[in-house]
Design a protein around this ligand. Structure first.
Ligand SMILES: Cc1cc2nc3c(=O)[nH]c(=O)nc-3n(C[C@H](O)[C@H](O)[C@H](O)COP(=O)(O)O)c2cc1C
Length: 354
């Protein structure tokens, strides 16, 4: 069958299927496998240091000569007084003790916070050809620098107003992220209430409003859901949760196991882990932080505050005390390897069209 469309042509891929960037879960290996199979792999580098960003890009390049996307977070670091973080620090120390972990108070201060501005030179030097981003829109100077290098830019929208903004900024394509999606909401217009729009409600509204190609994201994990997104006008699908259980993912074993049995009602939106709204399987850490009655500091401060405790839990394969990002359809596609998950989707879809 003919998979070719504007996205496959512009991104030089065989299939309009994108493996979602998943910070903390996806790897250079995962991205490279998807790209080598003819899809678009994505490397998540949001908020990482320039050095680590370069290292991950080089690792991916060593594994594939095909195009892959590098994904950035677009956020500011809010001004804060150290005292503002004290109540959350005390809570986290108490929760760590309750869970049997020892947190050093020093782990809860002096964070090294990076923004995409720290990473842009690396992306340009490494000649990254596709840059996707979420949480906002790159500034005009960065857009210009990347475009001068021939880079294709893919933004993220969670409502019509964000889609219009991305179009005005001359972004080439956009991922439309429905409320079903796992991980952080890409939302970035603060003056409107958090968009909580289902993908199949949002997709046609955006496609009828903007002129640039749209990619559908949120609970897509089968030939049928892919077909539904294409029928509504998407030029590609972006799939995250379905790849969490693979060998190439660095999700801890207990997180992968939770996904095997997750039901439609098991995920929730929370700010507990990072200070930004994100969807994950409800667990004890989410409940404890939400129910403590303490103001949750904004992203990326809360993300850094909870980081060490989540790392400790991960080292102990403790799914109760780390973030378990997942979409509302946590059904895993058959296959333990990224290649099988990806190719099973392609084959299922082709079979539907015989
Ligand atoms: C574990 C996890 C981590 C994610 N991290 C990122 C990220 O780093 N950058 C990004 O743009 N989107 C991220 N997302 C959101 C995905 O891009 C995408 O919107 C989502 O996975 C689609 O929904 P699905 O998980 O139901 O397939 C993440 C999603 C998950 C599940």
């Amino acid at each position: 069958m003919d998979w070719n469309n504007i996205l496959t042509e512009n991104l030089k891929v065989n299939y309009p299927i994108i493996q979602a960037p998943m910070l903390g879960v996806s790897t250079p290996e995962m991205a490279a496998v998807v790209s080598n199979q003819g899809g678009l792999g994505s490397l998540a580098v949001g908020g990482l240091s320039p050095e680590v960003t370069r290292q991950l890009i080089r690792q991916t390049k060593a594994l594939t000569h095909k195009p892959f996307a590098v994904n950035l977070f677009v956020h500011d670091v809010p001004a804060y007084a150290d005292n503002d973080l004290e109540p959350m620090r005390q809570l986290l120390l108490q929760l760590a003790g309750k869970r049997g972990y020892t947190l050093d108070p020093a782990d809860l201060s002096n964070f090294q916070l990076y923004t995409y501005h720290d990473q842009l030179d690396v992306l340009i030097q490494e000649e990254v050809s596709i840059v996707s981003f979420t949480f906002g829109c790159l500034d005009a100077a960065s857009i210009q620098r990347l475009k001068e290098k021939g880079c294709v830019l893919i933004g993220t929208a969670t409502c019509v107003e964000e889609a219009l903004f991305l179009q005005q900024q001359n972004i080439d394509m956009m991922t439309i992220q429905g409320i079903e999606a796992g991980g952080h909401r890409g939302t970035f217009i603060d003056t409107i209430p958090l968009p909580q729009i289902g993908l199949f409600t949002l997709l046609p509204q955006i496609i009828n409003t903007v002129k640039i190609p749209c990619i559908a994201a949120g609970a897509i994990n089968s030939a049928e859901t892919m077909q539904a997104a294409f029928d509504l006008g998407a030029v590609a699908v972006q799939i995250g949760t379905a790849f969490i259980g693979t060998e190439e993912s660095v999700a801890i074993a207990s997180y992968k196991k939770k996904l095997d049995t997750a039901k439609d009602t098991d995920t929730a939106l929370t700010r507990a882990f990072s200070g930004r709204w994100a969807r994950g399987i409800r667990n004890e850490m989410m409940n404890d932080i939400e129910q403590a009655g303490i103001t949750i500091p904004p992203y990326p401060l809360q993300n850094s505050l909870t980081g060490k405790l989540r790392k400790l839990a991960q080292q102990h394969n403790d799914a109760a005390y780390t973030n378990l990002w997942a979409g509302q359809a946590a059904v895993t596609i058959a296959g333990n390897h990224t290649k099988d998950v990806f190719m099973n989707l392609v084959k299922q879809y082709e079979k539907m069209h015989l």
